[in-house]
Every structure is written in structure tokens, then in C-alpha cells.
Design a protein around this ligand. Structure first.
Ligand SMILES: O=C(CO)COP(=O)(O)O
Length: 252
């Protein structure tokens, strides 16, 4: 039985003040979220504040990216060890915004996944196709290629220590959600691809959906057999919406 995970991706949003209000709100409602785990992935500069606010709470936290290198002359980058020092459990890897805006390749994403695993972090590995790719009917090719790069680097045992997030690029921040059937189809494809390597790992792997998941569509998406929660952008910035998604994912 896979316990759903609802992880917020704050992206590049927030101030100290808004983060405080948001964290207070999430903490206040977290106990009513039964049956799903909660996490927030925040901008680096808020990690200390988040650690202080959430330490001892049921809510985990993490970063939104990391360097594949352990340390050294990499201006602007953050290592896995640094994230660990601030109590992170998770780190998002290979988000489409990083693949597109920062040119991250499949190989680089795989290296980052390996670096996170070596340090003991749980990578949330993002995969997903663009609108053009969906229209060309190459969704499975793209998602399969992105997944295979990670599998080739960390093996099925490594992938078993990851969370995968399927995020169709055309559904991110657009208000255009994949239908539950569209999402389920790709989630089932991902699980089958992993099962071809290792059925046990595939059965236990959490596969989150991301892309305009909101309180009003979360229950329907999460009711699908291969959808194990969500990676939430916009709605994770509003405590009540984030909590409502958590409750829906948990089945309450
Ligand atoms: O990219 C996402 C989460 O990583 C999804 O963002 P939205 O929920 O804002 O569409």
C-alpha cells in the first residue's frame, strides 16, 4: 500500500512574511490530513525559517534543485550536504522549468538524482512531455527516455528510493489539467517501465501527478490506481488549498 504524498513546490515565490503565514496555516491544518504525507519544497533562502517552523511537525521539507557536485567552485549552486544540514528530506530534481530554462539534460538530471541519493535525500524526479510532444504522440517515448536515464544511473534499487513526479509541461501553471485518464495512462506506463526492471520496486514506487492540481480536481486524480499524490505549484501557496489537496489525496 503506497501512502500518498502531497508536496508543494513553492517555485520562486514568497517573502519571509508570506512564508511565515503560509507555514503557520499549513501547520495548523496538518493534523486533519489523514492518510497522506505532506512536504514543502521551498526556495533555498527560506530553508532555515522552514526548518525552525516545521521541526517536530508531521510536515517534511526540501529544496527545489541541487548540484551534482559535492562541493567546490560552483558559484550559485547548492549541494546535497547543504540541504541535509537544513533538515531537508526531499529535493526536486529535473523539474521541467530547470530542463527548459537551465538546459538540464537527462544525463545531468540522472547525476543530480545520484548525488541526492548518495547523501540520503529523497529525490522527487520530474518527467513529462511538452504540448508539442503530446500532439506528436511521443509522450511515452519522452517520459521513457527521461526515466531510463535515471534508471541507467542509479539502477532500480536507486529509483526505489526516489519519488517520481509526472508533470505534463502543458498542464503546469496553465490551469489546464491532464484528465485523470490521461494522467493514469502515463503513470501506468511509468510503473510498467520500472516493473520491467524490478516488479517490487515498481509496486512500491510513489508516482505523483503535477500540473494544475487543485482542491477541486485532486480527489478524482488521486483516486486513479497509479496516482499516489501530487506535486503542487500554485495551489501550494495557499494553505487552505494545499491542505484540501492533502485531504483529498488521503481520501478524506
Ligand atoms: O510545476 C508544478 C509543480 O512542480 C505544477 O505547478 P502548478 O500546480 O502551478 O501547475
Amino acid at each position: 500500500m503506497r501512502k500518498p504524498l502531497v508536496a508543494g513546490n513553492w517555485k520562486m515565490n514568497g517573502t519571509r512574511e508570506s512564508a511565515r503565514t503560509l507555514l503557520d496555516g499549513i501547520k495548523a491544518g496538518a493534523m486533519a490530513v489523514n492518510g497522506a504525507d505532506l512536504a514543502v519544497c521551498v526556495p533555498y533562502v527560506f530553508l532555515q525559517q522552514v526548518q525552525e517552523a516545521l521541526d517536530g511537525s508531521p510536515i517534511a521539507w526540501g529544496g527545489q534543485d541541487l548540484s551534482k557536485e559535492p562541493k567546490g567552485a560552483f558559484t550559485g549552486d547548492i549541494s546535497a550536504a547543504m540541504l541535509l544540514e537544513f533538515g531537508c528530506r526531499f529535493v526536486i530534481v529535473g523539474h521541467s522549468e530547470r530542463r527548459t530554462l537551465h538546459g538540464e539534460s537527462d544525463t545531468e538530471v540522472a547525476e543530480k538524482t545520484a548525488a541526492a541519493l548518495e547523501a540520503g535525500l529523497t529525490p522527487i524526479v520530474c518527467v513529462g512531455e511538452t504540448l508539442e510532444e503530446r500532439e506528436q504522440d511521443v509522450t511515452n517515448d519522452v517520459v521513457g527516455r527521461q526515466l531510463d536515464a535515471v534508471l541507467a544511473r542509479v539502477g532500480s534499487a536507486g529509483l526505489g528510493r526516489c519519488v517520481v513526479a509526472y508533470e505534463p509541461v502543458w498542464a503546469i501553471g496553465t490551469g489546464r489539467t491532464a484528465t485523470p485518464e490521461q494522467a493514469q495512462e502515463v503513470h501506468a506506463f511509468i510503473r510498467a517501465r520500472v516493473a520491467a526492471e524490478d516488479a517490487e520496486v515498481a509496486g512500491a514506487l510513489k508516482i505523483l501527478y503535477g500540473g494544475s492540481m487543485k482542491p477541486d480536481n485532486a480527489a478524482e486524480l488521486c483516486a486513479k490506481p497509479d496516482i499516489d499524490g501530487g506535486l503542487i505549484g500554485g495551489a501550494s501557496l495557499v494553505a487552505e488549498d494545499f491542505l484540501a489537496i492533502g485531504r483529498a489525496a488521503g481520501g478524506s
